[in-house]
Design a protein around this ligand. Structure first.
Ligand code: NAP
Length: 417
């Protein structure tokens, strides 16, 4: 085990191991957590109580989490010193212990790190951002039939314009790049332009689509949609689509069928055990999610499309307050609240902990502790139905009783069978 300066590794837990690509979860796994900045501590405290109680309910003391705090954001600065937004040992600990969960983190202004979340994704090669979006009855939604939304978005997490390769207008580098591109492509770029690079690789696209397909198979989903803007960006987004279809053809020929094959070979009826792979242009996908959401199960998208689509889809079923997410590599995974630090509510015990709690549900499913996830999800559903909820939902629901973050967690715990 690595030596850490500030991280206390709990002595009552065991490390999650990986054997032949599979996680081996002990009965007392050490799980790393970052409580987060702003409202992070409020929602973390509430969520942790919910998690511990659900584990106890599910396994009657035979399994128990050994929580291990690791640091990032403002708490890391105060513990490790100036500019230590993301200490090396935090990244090392996630790598060593495999599974972590985090609250939201302040984005540093200026300095070397653009975003802690992007840095974590890149340093740990967490190439898939997974965002399930589904409706919980009673949640206020702008949709007429929000119950038709039940999708899981797999967003590529390491490439595309998020690679952070940009040249600022007026610099020598930008000028050199401008001239180079003009020479190579014959296309003119205006002087004093800032230039960003959009790399999308065959390797990166294929492994993301593969992850989405494996999830679809494991969870009995009926279709996967490659979302791209390949009509305009032919060699980046267009290739994403092509590489996606080639993974399907080369590695899943016996399971996946295209929309064309569905009509030509199967008379438009999906045979048992088959999954459709299709593609949609990104702008049309936004319409489809509003007008025909029931036709979509899994979306596989490049980085930027996925960023936009996941927030828009979350809004359809009640917003970021209850939208969970995860960033996953081959075995390492960080589960996270998808909203920001909501700093104006910090330490007021006010905001909705649902996003972090449902990220915990994803984490337990990832660990194979599905029973725990089910207990939490059912109790959350029951609590929302009872209309005893935090301000964000209460302000949009008739007859609701607004409660604090901690009381909302109490209600969820009370509703656990
Ligand atoms: P934000 O923190 O997500 O908050 C924006 C608004 O969304 C809040 O004022 C609140 O709306 C609502 N909201 C967010 N989470 C909520 C919850 N759990 N329950 C109820 N309402 C919730 O976005 P921001 O103000 O743009 O960002 C603040 C900081 O967080 C920035 O430093 C940003 O870079 C960072 N950030 C971090 C992450 C991350 O760590 N994953 C993600 C995004 C942003 P009302 O005002 O209407 O009540």
């Amino acid at each position: 085990m690595a030596q850490y300066k500030k991280i206390n590794v709990p002595s009552n837990g065991n490390k999650i191991k990986v054997e032949k690509g599979k996680l081996i979860i002990p009965d007392n796994p050490i799980l790393a957590f970052i409580e987060g900045d702003g409202t992070g501590p409020d929602i973390w405290r509430a969520s942790k109580r919910v998690f511990d109680c659900a584990v106890e309910k599910a396994y009657k003391g035979n399994k128990k989490i050994a929580w291990m705090e690791i640091y990032a954001g403002e708490k890391a600065l105060s513990l490790y010193g100036k500019d230590e937004w993301l200490p090396d040992e935090t990244v090392d600990a996630i790598q060593e212990f495999q599974v972590a969960i985090k609250g939201p983190l302040t984005t540093p202004v200026g300095g070397g790190i653009r975003s802690l979340n992007v840095a974590l994704r890149q340093l740990l090669d967490l190439f898939a951002c997974v965002r399930p979006v589904k409706y919980y009855p009673g949640v206020p939604s702008p949709m007429k039939r929000p119950q038709e939304v039940d999708i899981v978005i797999f967003r590529e997490n390491t490439e595309d314009v998020y690679a952070g390769i940009e040249f600022k207008s007026g610099t020598k580098e930008a000028e050199d790049v401008r001239k180079y591109i003009e020479k190579k492509s014959g296309k003119l770029i205006r002087k004093n332009s800032s230039i960003g690079i959009k790399p999308m690789s065959e390797f990166g696209s294929r492994r993301l689509v593969k992850k989405a397909i494996d999830y679809a198979i494991a969870n009995n989903k009926k279709n996967i949609t490659l979302v791209h803007k390949g009509n305009i960006m032919k060699f980046t987004e267009g290739s994403f689509k092509e590489w996606g279809y080639s993974v399907a053809r080369e590695e899943y020929e016996d399971i996946l069928i295209t929309e064309d094959e569905l009509t030509s070979k199967y008379n438009s009826r999906l045979p048992e055990g088959k999954i459709i792979i299709k593609d949609r242009i990104a702008d049309s996908m936004f319409q489809q999610l509003l007008l025909r959401p029931s036709e979509y199960d899994i979306l596989a998208t490049p980085n930027l499309n996925g960023d936009y689509i996941s927030d828009a889809a979350a809004a359809q079923v009640g917003g970021l307050g209850i939208a969970p997410g995860a960033n996953i590599s081959y075995s390492t995974a960080i589960f996270e609240a998808t909203h920001g630090t909501a700093p104006k509510y910090a330490n007021l015990d006010k905001i909705n902990p649902g996003s972090l709690i449902l990220s915990g549900v994803m984490m337990f499913e990832y660990m194979g502790w599905n029973k725990v996830g089910q207990i939490i999800e059912n109790a959350l559903k029951k609590t929302i139905k009872s209309k005893i909820i935090t301000y964000d939902f209460a302000r949009q629901m008739d007859g609701a009783m607004e409660v604090k973050t901690s009381r909302f967690a109490d209600e969820i715990i009370k509703n656990m069978k």
